[in-house]
Design a protein around this ligand. Structure first.
Ligand SMILES: O=P(O)(O)OC[C@H]1O[C@H](OP(=O)(O)OP(=O)(O)O)[C@H](O)[C@@H]1O
Ligand code: HPA
Ligand SMILES: [Mg+2]
Length: 165
């Protein structure tokens, strides 16, 4: 299993702030959205925050999984597509929300379903960045983002571990 070199831990507080910043940025376009398509599972939390801020009450899901094993991407599986009506619209006036784009593979698959939709993520790594329309923070490709829903409190080694100080 290969682990990225750097860690970017995100607290609930920070995630809420960043997702709200995403909503502010999207609100800047003054567009009327017909609904949100949330990419489960990671997109559920930012979609809840963005839908509250922008007063969007129609929420659809697309269920995609590819990181079956922590930090290692495997085969992409689409567990559930969006409904027929949205597919027929090609995503016109639809906002797609996910927590992040990394290699961009998830974004590529969902974009192919809804080519006219606006794709928004809270975080973006360089490889995935060209596939999203709006994001808040860029994180380097060799960094793993640790989301608050995946974490618990644990002891942290001090930076200087020498008992003599
Ligand atoms: O740009 P990519 O390299 O495709 O990676 C990004 C995707 O990976 C994660 O989802 P994951 O497949 O782990 O499922 P989850 O949302 O259920 O955790 C994350 O939530 C994104 O959807
Ligand atoms: O950096 C990441 N963090 C959490 N989930 C992910 N899925 C792809 N990349 C990441
Ligand atoms: Mg996901």
């Amino acid at each position: 299993m290969s682990l990225p070199d750097k860690a970017f831990p995100v607290s609930w507080d920070q995630f809420h702030r960043d997702a709200r910043a995403l909503a502010w940025r999207i609100a800047g376009s003054d567009k009327e959205w017909r609904g949100i398509v949330c990419i489960t599972r990671g997109g559920l939390v930012p979609a809840a925050i963005v839908s509250r801020e922008l007063n969007i009450r129609l929420i659809e899901t697309v269920c995609v999984a590819s990181y079956h094993d922590y930090a290692n991407q495997g085969k992409m599986s689409v567990i559930k597509e969006v409904n027929e009506e949205l597919l027929a619209s090609e995503g016109e006036d639809v906002l797609i929300v996910d927590d992040l784009t990394d290699t961009g593979k998830t974004a590529e698959v969902v974009r192919a379903m809804l080519p006219k939709a606006h794709f928004a993520t809270v975080y973006a790594k360089p490889k995935g960045r060209p596939l999203v329309d709006t994001f808040i923070t860029e994180v380097s490709q060799d960094t793993w983002i640790y989301f608050p829903w995946d974490m618990g409190f644990t002891y942290q080694e001090p930076i200087n571990k020498d008992p003599a100080g």
